[in-house]
Design a binder for this molecule. Structure first.
Ligand code: PGA
Length: 250
């Protein structure tokens, strides 16, 4: 199982030039360090509008040292009257391989429901996109001892449309992202994250990533307790910091 380091750029940067610059600096670093990265996959998830121009920077197709591209969301329908939405096929056609689903910012700000996430997960799998399913508890839920229950419910709801209904669906990558740790500079303590990791590994054979205020200083701690990789938000927008995160996770 390859270690996965995922960059979630969220709604950044504001211009294509900047996006290309950041992407190319990571791509070039990967090229120079290919021997170090044999067992690591770097996945860049930019905003939708940058996927096409960035995918052009990955050609030729047999260039295997490239970072992989991921989307930050998708819509479940094949095509049609869904203003503003992006279909799985559109992503596939651009060479996108991964898709983040159920991110807490979408769950909380856009009120994305478990049912919507389940439809998206099903669509991703049907279209052979590798889903990175985000799950995580709020601070209130953690304080009231509900973390495991919440995580299990989120997983159960996400896979409700899949047959057979089993956690052992290899293509699903799980990202444990405690809501209170995202973008707050207050990461989950590695020993607490480890408890969750053990719980999730009992339920599933999926790769499990940690996300929430990951930086170059703490990245190693999550790998050391056994996570299969990291989902990095804010720190992935700074090329030096992101490269340090990759190096410290090897
Ligand atoms: P953060 O975001 O690293 O900025 O906390 C992580 C995420 O939301 O995926």
């Amino acid at each position: 199982m390859k270690k996965l380091i995922v960059a979630n750029w969220k709604m950044n940067p504001q211009g294509l030039l900047e996006a290309k610059k950041l992407f190319l600096s990571i791509k070039n670093w990967i090229k120079k360090n290919s021997t170090l990265l044999k067992k690591t996959e770097i996945i860049i998830c930019p905003p939708f509008v940058y996927l096409a121009p960035l995918s052009k920077l990955l050609k030729p197709k047999n260039y295997n040292l490239k970072p992989k591209l991921g989307a930050q969301d998708l819509f479940w329908a094949k095509m049609g009257a869904f203003t503003g939405e992006i279909s799985p096929k559109m992503l596939k056609n651009l060479g996108v391989e991964y898709v983040i689903l159920g991110h807490s910012e979408r769950r909380h700000i856009l009120k994305e429901t478990d049912e919507m996430i389940a439809k998206k997960l099903e669509a991703a799998i049907k279209n052979k996109l590798k889903p990175i399913l985000c799950i995580g508890e709020t601070e209130k839920e953690r304080k009231s001892g509900k973390t495991f229950k919440i995580l299990k419910n989120q997983l159960n709801s996400a896979i409700q449309n899949l047959k057979p209904t089993t956690y052992n669906l290899k293509p699903i990558i799980i990202a444990y992202e405690p809501v209170w740790a995202i973008g707050t500079g207050n990461p989950c303590k590695p020993e607490d994250a480890k408890e969750v990791l053990i719980f999730l590994k009992k339920l599933t054979q999926s790769s499990v990533l940690y996300g929430g205020s990951v930086n170059s200083q703490n990245a190693k701690d999550y790998i050391e307790v056994g996570f299969d990789g990291l989902l990095v938000g804010g720190a992935s927008l700074n090329k030096k910091e992101f490269i340090k995160i990759i190096k410290n996770s090897l």
